[in-house]
Design a protein around this ligand. Sequence first.
Ligand code: PRP
Ligand code: URA
Length: 209
Amino acid sequence: MSNVFVMDHPLIQHKIGVLRRIETGPKEFRELVSEIAMLMSYEATRNLPLEEIEIETPIAKTKVKQIEGRHLGIVPILRAGLGMVDALLTLVPTAKVGHIGLYRDPESLQPVEYYCKLPSDVSERDIFVLDPMLATGGSAIAAIDFLKEKGVHKLHFLCIIAAPEGVKALQEAHPDVPIYIGALDERLNDHAYIVPGLGDAGDRLFGTK
Ligand code: PRP
Ligand code: URA
């Protein structure tokens, strides 16, 4: 699994432990998703290329590093991916944000697209696709298929909890896309929910159901 990175930082593991709990309500759930996304994006952006520029401090001229002139983009998969957006924007405030709305049909388990709005220059950007849950992988694969059709060729996928089935499917469909995972769980159940997982991430974030 060369392109798969499971984050083992103690802060991420601790926060995911609280996130999973049935008694964690929407307010705390949202805060935790955001905090975990921030910690994960610190790792996921580790390989962004840097360039050297000359600046002047109050004392002297010097060379410093800055992220290379490329532009970043963030694409949450609605709804649950929205919970991860602010964290990335805090770290990379110049990133543009696109949205892809997908829901999983409860019968077929296939992703159904209902919304899409992307930055006009999306194909020139290094895109971070966000979704807390990677279950069958159908939603992530559909979102990445769509972004590639729009000409995006540099993609990363960030999820908080993944099932092995979803990781395998996403890797097979898009071997070029690195997958950053907070916790790799045991399996899917008969309804394609992640076990032990955390239930329905969208409902828990927004207090629906
Ligand atoms: C959840 C989750 C992912 C998808 C994962 O969204 O946020 O997008 O399921 O499942 P998959 O890997 O099997 O496709 P859901 O369809 O429940 O929509 P929601 O975010 O609006 O609740
Ligand atoms: N979507 C969720 O929100 N949770 C799961 O366990 C699987 C898909």
